[in-house]
Design a binder for this molecule. Structure first.
Ligand code: ADP
Ligand code: ASP
Ligand code: MG
Length: 407
């Protein structure tokens, strides 16, 4: 059972969450509870780090930002003990949750089960584990990237071969789109792993992308549900195999990602190796390039456009100017547009349906929304548009694909 930030936002909420855990204990289950930091806490800690050191040491970033989860793990264990349920807390390093050394975005490599299983054997009923954190081979504290407690939860479910992995959050399941920006958003009873994976990686933060990958690989029975509603067996959304979904719309969901930037190198020489000469230094500078468009060339010169997260624009600019100074590339101008967002429609039905892209573009056109960049894959279409049209675009697409109605 994983409780997100809003579900442990204060002592009262922690008590409510503990009562849910108690229900499962009463059914005879041993429970591993994964907790996030109290709502807003990680943001606050990230802010402290940035204020102290703009170009921070990622190991100390992890030391600071992992601490929010330590508080809620201890409080949850205390609360359960108050209810006469044998429980104790574990920080990541105590389990130990072994990760690689990629501080700030570490990957879990192993979760030895013996420590926790021994305690269950001695009569403990609930292991409360601080989410989001682990320990590197060098013995330093790591964190798994924002939203990482979801991944902690799924990784534990896989390691312990759990009956279920329930993700408790502030919405009662996975919706056709973010219910905060579209009031017609409809809760899905089921969603396929692949669709959830795309939605998560395209910006639907209800589950961290890596958690969905792990659930898919290890066949974890993954459910998303609200910690505020009455518990029931059929509550929430089940993330499951495609075969277990009877009927679905061609498009099952729409994701948005607010913090995108579009960068264009104006007039670069169109020659073999130019893309490598641009994208190698960007990769080396740690810029996560997403979409790429190369214009047709005129007189041997072309424009190259790519998108990346807004907070990496400075790094991208530095890398491109350095490459120009070193003579590796040549361009007339570098234009950054930080006022864009990415909207994506996702659905496994697209594999067998033609015309989804055309329908998407017509819906945007009829709202007067200009598309700046387009990319597609087998089950998704993404566009970059002006950020001020984000809500409008999501709502228009939700309407055109009839997502407010079940298939
Ligand atoms: P937690 O703190 O519990 O991990 P998050 O804030 O990380 O919660 O994720 C839940 C939020 O995800 C919701 O409040 C909602 O605004 C957002 N969200 C985005 N897309 C979706 C979607 N398709 N379905 C449900 N929630 C979504
Ligand atoms: N507290 C961490 C974050 O806000 C991890 C999580 O809540 O999943 O990113
Ligand atoms: Mg989250």
């Amino acid at each position: 059972m994983k409780f997100g930030g809003t579900s442990v936002a204060n002592i009262d909420r922690i008590s409510r969450a503990a009562k849910r855990v108690a229900l499962e204990v009463a059914k005879g289950h041993d429970v591993i509870v994964i907790v996030s930091a109290m709502a807003g806490e990680t943001n606050k800690l990230v802010g402290f780090v940035g204020e102290t050191a703009p170009l921070y040491d990622a190991r100390e970033y992890d030391a600071v930002t992992s601490s929010g989860e330590n508080v809620t793990a201890g409080l949850m264990a205390l609360r359960l003990q108050e209810m006469d349920i044998p429980a104790r807390s574990w920080q990541g390093w105590q389990v130990p949750v072994q990760t690689n050394s990629a501080h700030g975005a570490a990957r879990i490599e192993a979760i030895p089960t013996d420590n926790i299983l021994r305690k269950f054997g001695e009569g403990m009923r609930v292991a409360v584990v601080a989410g989001f954190q682990g320990i590197s081979p060098e013995g330093r504290i790591t964190t798994l990237g924002r939203g990482g407690s979801d991944t902690t939860a799924v990784a534990f479910a896989a390691a312990f071969d759990a009956v279920r992995c329930d993700i408790y959050t502030d919405v009662d399941g996975v919706y056709t789109t973010d219910p905060r920006i579209c009031d017609k958003a409809r809760k899905l009873d089921r969603i396929a792993f692949e669709e959830m994976l795309e939605l998560a990686s395209l910006g639907a933060k209800v589950l961290q992308t890596r958690s969905v990958e792990l659930a898919m690989r290890y066949k974890v029975r993954l459910r998303v549900l609200s910690s505020f509603e009455e518990p029931s067996e059929s509550a929430g959304t089940l993330v499951c195999d495609e075969e277990d979904i009877m009927e679905s719309n061609v498009v099952s969901g729409i994701a948005h990602s607010r913090d995108e930037a579009k960068m264009t190198l104006i007039s670069v020489a169109d020659r073999p190796g130019i893309a490598a000469a641009i994208f190698t230094p960007l990769a080396e500078a740690g810029v996560n390039v997403d979409m790429i468009v190369q214009n047709i060339s005129e007189d041997g010169r072309t424009d190259m456009t790519f998108s990346c997260p807004t907070d990496q624009v400075m790094r991208a600019e530095q890398a491109m100017r350095a490459a120009k100074d070193a003579g590796a590339i040549n361009f007339h101008d570098l234009v950054a547009d930080t006022g864009v967002c990415k909207i994506s429609v996702v659905g496994i039905g697209m594999r067998s349906h033609a015309g989804v892209a055309a329908q998407m573009f017509r819906a945007l056109a009829s709202e007067g929304i200009n598309i700046k960049v387009i990319t597609t894959s087998e089950i998704k279409i993404s566009v970059l548009i002006d950020r001020r049209y984000m809500e409008l675009a999501v709502q228009a697409l939700h309407d055109t694909f009839g997502l407010d109605k079940a298939a």
